[in-house]
Write a protein that binds this ligand. Sequence first.
Ligand code: SAM
Length: 265
Amino acid sequence: MRPKRRLGQNFLTGSAYPRRIVDAVNPAPDEPILEIGPGEGALTGLLLDAGARVTALEVDPDLRPHLLQLYGSNPRFNLLLADALLTNPCQLFPFDGRFRVVANLPYYIATPLLQHLIAHRHCIAEMTLMLQREVVERIVAPPGGREYGYLSVLVQLYAEVRRLFDVPPGAFRPVPKVTSSVIRLRLATAPRVEVADPARLLLLARTLFAQRRKTILNNLRAGLGPLAIDSAARLPALLDAASIDPQRRPETLDLAELARLTDLI
Ligand code: SAM
Protein backbone atom coordinates (compact mmCIF):
# COMPACT_ATOMS: atom_id res chain seq x y z
CA MET A 1 0.00 0.00 0.00
CA ARG A 2 1.13 3.50 -0.74
CA PRO A 3 0.51 5.34 2.57
CA LYS A 4 -1.77 8.39 2.39
CA ARG A 5 -0.44 11.32 4.31
CA ARG A 6 -3.85 13.05 4.44
CA LEU A 7 -5.21 10.07 6.42
CA GLY A 8 -2.29 10.06 8.85
CA GLN A 9 -1.05 6.74 7.52
CA ASN A 10 2.21 5.85 9.22
CA PHE A 11 2.19 2.08 9.35
CA LEU A 12 4.09 0.15 12.00
CA THR A 13 6.76 -2.06 10.49
CA GLY A 14 8.44 -5.08 12.02
CA SER A 15 6.91 -7.02 14.87
CA ALA A 16 8.67 -5.69 18.00
CA TYR A 17 6.52 -2.62 18.71
CA PRO A 18 3.20 -4.12 17.58
CA ARG A 19 3.96 -7.03 19.92
CA ARG A 20 4.74 -4.71 22.84
CA ILE A 21 1.46 -2.88 22.29
CA VAL A 22 -0.62 -6.06 22.06
CA ASP A 23 1.22 -7.56 25.08
CA ALA A 24 0.30 -4.42 27.02
CA VAL A 25 -3.36 -4.95 26.05
CA ASN A 26 -3.20 -8.68 26.83
CA PRO A 27 -6.69 -9.51 25.50
CA ALA A 28 -8.67 -12.33 27.05
CA PRO A 29 -9.93 -15.11 24.73
CA ASP A 30 -12.97 -13.90 22.82
CA GLU A 31 -12.74 -10.43 24.34
CA PRO A 32 -14.33 -7.78 22.10
CA ILE A 33 -11.76 -5.18 21.06
CA LEU A 34 -12.39 -2.14 18.90
CA GLU A 35 -9.37 -1.27 16.78
CA ILE A 36 -9.45 2.15 15.17
CA GLY A 37 -7.45 2.52 11.98
CA PRO A 38 -6.13 -1.03 11.39
CA GLY A 39 -4.11 0.19 8.38
CA GLU A 40 -2.21 -2.79 6.98
CA GLY A 41 -3.07 -4.86 10.05
CA ALA A 42 0.13 -4.70 12.13
CA LEU A 43 -1.84 -4.74 15.39
CA THR A 44 -4.92 -6.55 14.06
CA GLY A 45 -3.13 -9.84 13.37
CA LEU A 46 -1.54 -9.96 16.82
CA LEU A 47 -4.84 -9.09 18.52
CA LEU A 48 -6.52 -11.95 16.62
CA ASP A 49 -3.64 -14.31 17.43
CA ALA A 50 -4.18 -13.46 21.09
CA GLY A 51 -7.79 -14.65 20.74
CA ALA A 52 -9.56 -11.28 20.70
CA ARG A 53 -12.74 -10.63 18.76
CA VAL A 54 -11.68 -7.60 16.70
CA THR A 55 -13.95 -5.03 15.16
CA ALA A 56 -11.72 -2.81 13.05
CA LEU A 57 -12.92 0.62 11.98
CA GLU A 58 -11.03 1.93 8.95
CA VAL A 59 -11.83 5.00 6.88
CA ASP A 60 -9.73 4.08 3.84
CA PRO A 61 -11.57 1.64 1.52
CA ASP A 62 -8.34 0.93 -0.38
CA LEU A 63 -7.12 -1.07 2.63
CA ARG A 64 -10.12 -3.40 2.55
CA PRO A 65 -8.82 -6.04 0.07
CA HIS A 66 -5.52 -6.34 1.94
CA LEU A 67 -7.19 -6.67 5.36
CA LEU A 68 -9.78 -9.16 4.08
CA GLN A 69 -7.12 -11.24 2.38
CA LEU A 70 -5.18 -11.45 5.64
CA TYR A 71 -7.99 -11.89 8.17
CA GLY A 72 -11.28 -12.17 6.26
CA SER A 73 -11.55 -15.90 6.95
CA ASN A 74 -11.19 -15.41 10.71
CA PRO A 75 -14.68 -15.48 12.28
CA ARG A 76 -13.42 -13.19 15.07
CA PHE A 77 -12.57 -10.41 12.59
CA ASN A 78 -15.07 -7.79 11.52
CA LEU A 79 -14.05 -4.89 9.27
CA LEU A 80 -16.14 -1.73 9.11
CA LEU A 81 -15.34 0.98 6.61
CA ALA A 82 -16.30 4.21 8.33
CA ASP A 83 -14.96 7.40 9.80
CA ALA A 84 -14.33 6.82 13.52
CA LEU A 85 -15.23 10.43 14.26
CA LEU A 86 -18.69 9.92 12.78
CA THR A 87 -19.31 6.48 14.27
CA ASN A 88 -20.99 5.77 17.58
CA PRO A 89 -18.62 3.16 19.06
CA CYS A 90 -21.28 1.97 21.50
CA GLN A 91 -23.35 0.57 18.65
CA LEU A 92 -20.59 -1.64 17.28
CA PHE A 93 -20.84 -4.57 19.68
CA PRO A 94 -24.06 -6.45 20.40
CA PHE A 95 -23.55 -6.60 24.15
CA ASP A 96 -24.16 -4.34 27.10
CA GLY A 97 -20.72 -4.35 28.72
CA ARG A 98 -17.82 -1.96 28.28
CA PHE A 99 -15.15 -2.96 25.77
CA ARG A 100 -11.54 -1.91 25.18
CA VAL A 101 -10.13 0.17 22.36
CA VAL A 102 -6.72 -0.19 20.72
CA ALA A 103 -5.41 2.32 18.19
CA ASN A 104 -2.34 3.73 16.62
CA LEU A 105 -4.22 6.95 16.11
CA PRO A 106 -3.92 9.06 13.00
CA TYR A 107 -2.25 12.14 14.47
CA TYR A 108 -4.28 14.62 12.45
CA ILE A 109 -7.46 13.75 14.34
CA ALA A 110 -5.99 12.49 17.63
CA THR A 111 -7.51 15.19 19.85
CA PRO A 112 -11.07 15.21 18.43
CA LEU A 113 -11.05 11.41 18.38
CA LEU A 114 -9.97 11.30 22.02
CA GLN A 115 -12.82 13.66 22.87
CA HIS A 116 -15.24 11.53 20.87
CA LEU A 117 -14.16 8.32 22.62
CA ILE A 118 -14.23 9.88 26.09
CA ALA A 119 -17.75 11.10 25.36
CA HIS A 120 -18.67 7.41 24.84
CA ARG A 121 -17.04 6.19 28.06
CA HIS A 122 -20.21 4.44 29.19
CA CYS A 123 -19.33 1.65 26.72
CA ILE A 124 -15.51 1.95 26.72
CA ALA A 125 -13.58 0.67 29.72
CA GLU A 126 -10.01 1.23 28.58
CA MET A 127 -8.04 2.55 25.64
CA THR A 128 -4.47 1.68 24.69
CA LEU A 129 -3.42 4.38 22.27
CA MET A 130 -0.38 5.41 20.36
CA LEU A 131 -0.14 9.16 19.97
CA GLN A 132 2.42 11.77 19.18
CA ARG A 133 4.69 12.07 22.26
CA GLU A 134 3.96 15.78 22.67
CA VAL A 135 0.21 15.07 22.80
CA VAL A 136 0.86 12.41 25.46
CA GLU A 137 2.90 14.94 27.43
CA ARG A 138 -0.07 17.29 27.38
CA ILE A 139 -2.43 14.53 28.45
CA VAL A 140 -0.39 13.43 31.48
CA ALA A 141 0.81 16.91 32.52
CA PRO A 142 0.24 17.88 36.16
CA PRO A 143 -0.95 21.43 36.93
CA GLY A 144 1.66 24.16 36.94
CA GLY A 145 3.56 23.50 33.73
CA ARG A 146 3.47 24.64 30.15
CA GLU A 147 1.97 21.34 28.94
CA TYR A 148 -1.04 21.44 31.27
CA GLY A 149 -4.17 22.63 29.49
CA TYR A 150 -7.64 21.75 28.29
CA LEU A 151 -6.60 18.31 26.99
CA SER A 152 -5.02 17.40 30.37
CA VAL A 153 -8.18 18.45 32.19
CA LEU A 154 -10.50 16.61 29.80
CA VAL A 155 -8.59 13.33 29.95
CA GLN A 156 -7.70 13.45 33.65
CA LEU A 157 -11.31 14.25 34.55
CA TYR A 158 -12.43 10.88 33.22
CA ALA A 159 -9.36 8.65 32.99
CA GLU A 160 -6.58 7.21 35.03
CA VAL A 161 -3.66 7.61 32.67
CA ARG A 162 -0.55 5.49 32.46
CA ARG A 163 2.24 6.23 30.06
CA LEU A 164 3.66 2.92 28.81
CA PHE A 165 6.58 3.45 26.40
CA ASP A 166 7.92 5.54 23.53
CA VAL A 167 8.15 4.37 19.92
CA PRO A 168 10.86 5.90 17.71
CA PRO A 169 10.11 7.33 14.24
CA GLY A 170 12.07 4.48 12.60
CA ALA A 171 9.35 1.98 13.63
CA PHE A 172 6.99 3.41 10.98
CA ARG A 173 6.61 3.59 7.22
CA PRO A 174 6.87 6.36 6.14
CA VAL A 175 9.11 7.63 8.94
CA PRO A 176 7.31 10.47 10.78
CA LYS A 177 9.09 13.56 12.06
CA VAL A 178 8.02 12.92 15.65
CA THR A 179 8.44 10.32 18.36
CA SER A 180 5.29 8.49 19.45
CA SER A 181 4.18 7.25 22.86
CA VAL A 182 1.82 4.53 23.94
CA ILE A 183 -0.56 5.27 26.79
CA ARG A 184 -3.31 3.47 28.61
CA LEU A 185 -6.42 5.32 29.69
CA ARG A 186 -8.71 3.57 32.18
CA LEU A 187 -12.00 5.35 31.77
CA ALA A 188 -14.34 6.08 34.63
CA THR A 189 -17.97 6.67 33.72
CA ALA A 190 -18.32 9.36 36.42
CA PRO A 191 -15.88 12.28 36.75
CA ARG A 192 -12.90 11.62 39.01
CA VAL A 193 -13.60 14.75 41.08
CA GLU A 194 -16.88 15.63 42.66
CA VAL A 195 -18.62 18.24 40.54
CA ALA A 196 -22.30 18.86 39.92
CA ASP A 197 -22.00 19.48 36.18
CA PRO A 198 -18.86 18.04 34.53
CA ALA A 199 -19.74 19.53 31.13
CA ARG A 200 -19.68 22.95 32.77
CA LEU A 201 -16.28 22.21 34.30
CA LEU A 202 -14.97 21.53 30.79
CA LEU A 203 -16.54 24.74 29.51
CA LEU A 204 -14.89 26.63 32.35
CA ALA A 205 -11.53 24.99 31.54
CA ARG A 206 -11.91 25.95 27.89
CA THR A 207 -12.61 29.55 28.92
CA LEU A 208 -9.72 29.67 31.37
CA PHE A 209 -7.20 28.23 28.93
CA ALA A 210 -8.31 30.45 26.05
CA GLN A 211 -5.46 32.88 26.73
CA ARG A 212 -2.86 31.16 28.81
CA ARG A 213 -0.85 34.27 29.54
CA LYS A 214 -3.80 36.08 31.05
CA THR A 215 -4.72 35.72 34.71
CA ILE A 216 -7.69 33.64 35.79
CA LEU A 217 -9.68 36.83 36.44
CA ASN A 218 -9.03 38.25 32.98
CA ASN A 219 -9.84 34.98 31.23
CA LEU A 220 -13.12 34.81 33.13
CA ARG A 221 -13.91 38.43 32.23
CA ALA A 222 -13.46 37.54 28.56
CA GLY A 223 -15.66 34.44 28.91
CA LEU A 224 -18.66 35.82 30.75
CA GLY A 225 -21.04 35.08 27.85
CA PRO A 226 -20.35 31.35 27.37
CA LEU A 227 -20.35 30.82 31.14
CA ALA A 228 -23.61 32.79 31.50
CA ILE A 229 -22.21 34.98 34.28
CA ASP A 230 -24.29 38.15 34.36
CA SER A 231 -21.63 40.59 35.54
CA ALA A 232 -17.85 40.83 35.74
CA ALA A 233 -18.32 42.56 39.09
CA ARG A 234 -19.23 39.17 40.61
CA LEU A 235 -16.00 37.49 39.61
CA PRO A 236 -13.72 38.57 42.49
CA ALA A 237 -16.28 37.36 45.05
CA LEU A 238 -16.73 34.03 43.21
CA LEU A 239 -12.99 33.46 43.13
CA ASP A 240 -12.70 34.45 46.76
CA ALA A 241 -15.44 31.97 47.72
CA ALA A 242 -13.49 29.25 45.84
CA SER A 243 -10.27 30.33 47.65
CA ILE A 244 -8.57 31.03 44.32
CA ASP A 245 -6.29 34.03 43.89
CA PRO A 246 -7.64 35.93 40.82
CA GLN A 247 -4.12 36.82 39.73
CA ARG A 248 -3.04 33.19 39.32
CA ARG A 249 -2.48 31.74 35.86
CA PRO A 250 -5.03 29.15 34.64
CA GLU A 251 -2.42 26.40 34.32
CA THR A 252 -1.96 26.38 38.10
CA LEU A 253 -5.54 25.18 38.74
CA ASP A 254 -5.90 21.53 39.65
CA LEU A 255 -9.05 19.47 39.02
CA ALA A 256 -10.38 19.96 42.55
CA GLU A 257 -10.09 23.75 42.25
CA LEU A 258 -11.76 23.71 38.83
CA ALA A 259 -14.58 21.63 40.31
CA ARG A 260 -14.98 24.02 43.24
CA LEU A 261 -15.13 27.03 40.96
CA THR A 262 -17.56 25.29 38.58
CA ASP A 263 -19.96 24.51 41.40
CA LEU A 264 -19.87 28.14 42.59
CA ILE A 265 -20.39 29.59 39.13
N1 SAM B 1 -2.85 0.46 12.99
C1 SAM B 1 -1.97 0.60 11.83
C2 SAM B 1 -0.53 0.47 12.29
O1 SAM B 1 -0.30 0.60 13.50
O2 SAM B 1 0.33 0.23 11.44
C3 SAM B 1 -2.19 1.91 11.09
C4 SAM B 1 -1.99 3.16 11.90
S1 SAM B 1 -2.05 4.66 10.96
C5 SAM B 1 -1.16 5.75 12.03
C6 SAM B 1 -3.70 5.29 11.19
C7 SAM B 1 -4.82 4.51 10.49
O3 SAM B 1 -6.07 5.17 10.77
C8 SAM B 1 -4.72 4.48 8.97
O4 SAM B 1 -5.00 3.19 8.51
C9 SAM B 1 -5.80 5.46 8.49
O5 SAM B 1 -6.35 5.16 7.21
C10 SAM B 1 -6.83 5.29 9.58
N2 SAM B 1 -7.70 6.46 9.75
C11 SAM B 1 -7.40 7.77 9.51
N3 SAM B 1 -8.45 8.55 9.81
C12 SAM B 1 -9.44 7.72 10.24
C13 SAM B 1 -10.79 7.91 10.67
N4 SAM B 1 -11.31 9.14 10.72
N5 SAM B 1 -11.52 6.84 11.03
C14 SAM B 1 -10.98 5.58 10.98
N6 SAM B 1 -9.71 5.33 10.58
C15 SAM B 1 -8.96 6.37 10.21
